[in-house]
Write a protein that binds this ligand. Sequence first.
Ligand code: ADP
Ligand code: MG
Length: 374
Amino acid sequence: MKALRSNGAAARPPNGRDHLIALHQVKKVYKNNAGGYTALKNIDLTIDRGEFVGIIGRSGSGKSTLINMITGIDRPTTGEVYVGETAVHTLSENQIARWRGRNLGVIFQFFQLLPNLSVIENVMLPMDFCHAYPLSQRRQRALALLDMVEMADQAYKLPSALSGGQQQRVAIARGLANDPQIIVADEPTGNLDSKTADAVFNLFETLTAEGKTVVMVTHDSNLARRVSRTVLITDGEVVNEYVARALPSFPPEAVLQASRQVQPETFPPGATIINPGEAAQKFYMIVAGTAEVALKRAGGSDVVAAEMGPGQYFGEMSLSSRTVAAMRAAPDQPVQVLAMDNETFQNLLAGSPDFQAAMQQMTRFTPQAEGQVG
Ligand code: ADP
Ligand code: MG
């Protein structure tokens, strides 16, 4: 598992995608009486080293199914799953268990500690299973991990003697036993009060700061706001990240619908996206590069009033009443956008006063900038 080492260019996974985790066209069909239920529909998803990714979406949307593909707890019906240099979808059951034990820390909503083993024995178990550390070091390492989650003083109790929050902290210590580079957690705070949930979240933040990669399913919108990136799942599909970011207050189904209607476009460096005086015909979400809001000066030259980057958006609403502003690609590199036609955009907008307010907020710079130009 050389690709899972945390340093050095040589650790880059040779899966042809340059990502730590890469799902390619992953489809999962559960068999049922009616023939089959498609829980994941050709998912493409990549996650890079050091990311803290929150998987969000309604109950039943496919979040657990998705992360079970990454951990190898379940297998795709078709498609490929790469973690580091491992093609997870090709491993046998035996190989998967050992690979997971060595490379992933898996944490569940219901802690799944073994009830007949003490806390410290639970934490030592993954090391025993994978022979990851010399026998003589395992107890000490388990104690150090328990200390990190502030549970060392409970090491010789049975799980049943602990509160839910304490059990979850033990489960996290167990998840870290073999020093995995990737932590995968399925609603780890789902069964905890908000203060304990916060403590667990802080622990994940610390781990990402240390270079680990965390993938966490969460229902908690407060926590989802604090991860470095969210992936929204709706009906077994990943909603385009940029569309989801531009339209945060919409129902997931509307966002999924909208994400199907967008077209990728690229503007070369310096190219005009919206002419001054024209109403934009589309709504644009920036995926890469920088777009400039340019204002004409009285003498004919122009000035850059604002710059916008990935995750930001602009379009008809922001510019229609401002006849002096142009949008263009910054001079140094192309701008990649996702463009949504006005009709789709207006249909969406009709359903969200919150979003209209947010758009107005984003365009406040315009009068001020005009003032500067005089
Ligand atoms: P989430 O974690 O987002 O709540 P899941 O991934 O658990 O959603 O489930 C997605 C869909 O797949 C749901 O409709 C669920 O009923 C169905 N499903 C999950 N596991 C199975 C299974 N083992 N057999 C049949 N259907 C399943
Ligand atoms: Mg679930």
